[in-house]
Write a protein that binds this ligand. Structure first.
Ligand code: MSP
Length: 543
């Protein structure tokens, strides 16, 4: 009794602490270049899952995404499509919103960088940097990569080509404004050292230092005159502001920074988590913190850099005919398997690979064999042996039950540790370990034998533990696969699935008066491997 009381108090304290917490997560805004392949959807689905996890914990969460709409590349694409740039980017923003709706991404705000609430503030920020002497006027000559919208020095080129995308670069010279990066370099390195949580995974810090800072960080050219689709410098309007200085500040402008109403900014800044792919790590780990230092603002708590989803034959590209779109997977297999695959197949610090075989295998093994069967077997046994009534906890677990309880507690703890480190694929692995262990428990306890031998108390305990673990598993998967989690909860008899919170996961003896549904419905049906692999290969070729 004493122990129970203590636990209860601790949980309350944890709950109160969580309630006072806030969680602001952002994803980079996108180049609206047409359709988004599953790689570009990864960052935002990951952010959505983290947000749902913190929401489940009762925290006050806020998620931002949007579209990055300025620059020469967009001007060119719009022209090719016979459209004015603004008309084109608005259409693309609409497509992005439709994709997020389809992918179950719940954001609080979607910002377009062509919106006035953004452009006006970017001009103010530019002026502030000028007044402070962080930005000065000079002349720029360098090798420019149009698709990447980035200048490179001679030494940065790889075999004379763009070091990022490998395409042709051209020598260009223009009058330009520069941001004095050198002034902030030492402060940045000191910040990296004193804030080990700032960059995750940690090896990206060394990458920044060795590849960009040690060779000598150049001042950054922050204006262009060769095109005009951008935010104009107020006092020198033939210059437009460099797309990265423009786009990065969206994380602030969306919250009303420097505007008449900065309530959200006061409440949510600094961001708790900003998620970006490895290709844009440099901008977020070097330039972005320096801009924030120059604005005298606190830096985000963590910037998570993830690797890429690749195909067996390298990068996804239309010309290779190996592109896979999220809509294709969702339309045929559903939202949750698509989200599960994306998050499960990508270790944080290594590239993940999409292949039709791997997708079908994950579906059949993880979702169908492991998860769906566990639910089905359990629901049908509770129906068979107890007319659907879930037995209560008798408080005296036998050896097998106790082992399962300890295993579950340990896995939940590990899951939290991995997720707090943003190791999503590893956190999912912890859940699937628990699913496997719970399936094994059925084979160990052999409820059918207990029934035959009329060991009713043991049979009750076995059913209780199975349902209890399914409840825990459902809570664990909820941030990633919400519909599946709710479906499991409903099938085992939880009445109000929306009221479930993270802290419910620790409880035992919470299954009072529950009745499983009369006839369990398989949540995932086995796929025919050859047929589906063939299907996926054919759609990948077509596009
Ligand atoms: N517009 C910039 C971001 C500006 S932030 C102020 C941009 N857009 S993007 O559309 O090219 O990329 C969007 C996100 O998708 C980035 O995080 C990028 O790293 C990520 N990915 C693009 N291809 C990817 C894969 N193949 N796999 C995983 N993520 C990938 O960058």
């Amino acid at each position: 009794m004493k122990i129970k009381f203590k636990l209860h108090v601790l949980e309350k304290i944890r709950e109160m602490k969580n309630l006072s917490n806030k969680f602001y997560v952002t994803t980079p805004i996108y180049y609206p270049s047409g359709k988004f392949h599953i790689g570009t959807a990864y960052t935002t689905v990951l952010a959505d899952s983290m947000r749902r996890y913190h929401q489940l914990k009762g925290e006050d969460t806020y998620m931002l995404t949007g579209t990055d709409e300025h620059g020469q590349k967009i001007q060119e694409i719009a022209e090719k499509n016979g459209k004015a740039p603004k008309e084109y980017v608005d259409e693309m923003a609409q497509l992005a919103k439709e994709l997020w709706a389809k992918m179950g991404v719940q954001y609080d705000d979607f910002i377009q960088t062509t919106e006035e609430r953004h452009t006006k503030i970017v001009q103010k920020i530019f002026d502030k940097f000028m007044e402070q002497g962080d930005i000065y006027k000079g002349e720029y000559e360098g090798w420019y990569c149009v698709p990447c919208e980035t200048y490179f020095t001679e030494t940065q080129l790889v075999e004379g080509k763009c070091p990022d995308c490998g395409r042709e670069v051209k020598l260009m010279k223009e009058e330009a404004y520069f941001f004095n990066m050198k002034k902030y370099v030492d402060r940045l390195i000191k910040y990296y050292d004193e804030h080990p949580d700032f960059i995750k995974p940690a090896f990206r810090k060394n990458e920044m230092i060795n590849n960009f800072i040690k060779p000598g960080l150049e001042d950054l050219c922050v204006t262009r005159t060769s095109f005009d689709w951008g935010i104009k410098v107020l006092k020198d309007p033939k210059h437009v502001i460099y797309v990265w200085l423009d786009a990065l500040t969206n994380y602030l402008t969306a919250l009303g920074y420097m505007s008449d109403d900065d309530t959200l900014f006061k409440k949510y800044w600094p961001a708790d988590l900003q998620i970006v792919g490895k290709d844009i790590a440099r901008f977020h780990l070097i330039y972005w913190p320096i801009f924030l230092m120059a604005l005298d603002l606190p830096l985000p708590k963590t910037i998570l850099v993830h690797n890429w989803i690749m195909m067996k034959d390298g990068k996804m590209s239309k010309s290779k005919g190996n592109v896979i779109y999220p809509e294709t997977l969702i339309d045929r297999y559903g939202l949750d398997p698509t989200r599960y695959f994306l998050l499960r197949e990508m270790p944080v610090n290594q590239d993940g690979i999409f292949s039709p075989e791997a997708f079908v295998e994950r579906y059949n093994f993880d979702l169908c064999n492991d998860l769906s069967n566990l639910l089905n077997r359990t629901v049908s046994m509770v129906n068979k042996y107890f007319e659907g009534n879930v037995p209560g906890y008798n408080g005296t677990p036998n050896q097998a039950d106790k082992e399962l309880e300890d295993y579950s507690t340990d896995k939940i703890k590990k899951f939290e540790e991995k997720l707090n480190e943003y190791e999503i694929a590893n956190a999912l692995q912890e859940i699937w370990d628990l699913i496997a262990r719970t399936n094994k428990y059925i084979d160990e306890t052999m409820p059918w034998t207990l029934a035959k031998e009329e060991k009713t108390e043991e049979l009750k305990s076995s059913m209780y533990h199975l349902i209890e673990n399914l409840r825990k598993i459902a809570i664990l998967i909820k941030p990633f696969m919400t519909d599946t989690a709710n479906n499991i909860l409903r099938q085992i008899g939880v009445k109000d699935v929306d009221s479930i919170r993270w802290n419910d996961i620790y409880a035992y003896d919470s299954l009072k008066d529950m009745k499983v549904i009369e006839k369990g419905e398989p949540i995932f049906m086995r796929l025919k491997v050859d047929e589906e692999v063939e299907y996926l290969k054919s759609v990948m070729k077509k596009d």
